[in-house]
Write a protein that binds this ligand. Structure first.
Ligand code: FES
Length: 69
């Protein structure tokens, strides 16, 4: 699924960035430019990013299964 139309960033691209060590959304933006133009994709991009990290969207804590890696 394309998340960011402006920069053609997909959910797979975001997951790949997380697997390669991207740990904060701002770093993801620096590396991919996602959500850095019109901003329409910002909420979706953050949701995909947090899901990839295994972070609880409500409290920001990583889920136990992910943090145990
Ligand atoms: S759709 Fe992502 S910055 Fe415009």
């Amino acid at each position: 699924m394309i998340v960011c139309l402006c920069h053609r960033i997909s959910d797979r691209d975001i997951h790949r960035e997380v697997r390669s060590g991207t740990a904060c959304f701002e770093q993801l933006q620096d590396d991919t430019r996602v959500a850095s133009s019109c901003g329409a994709c910002h909420d979706c991009a953050r949701e995909v990013f947090e899901a990839a990290l295994g972070v609880c969207g409500g409290c920001g804590r990583r889920e136990a299964a992910v943090s145990a890696r």
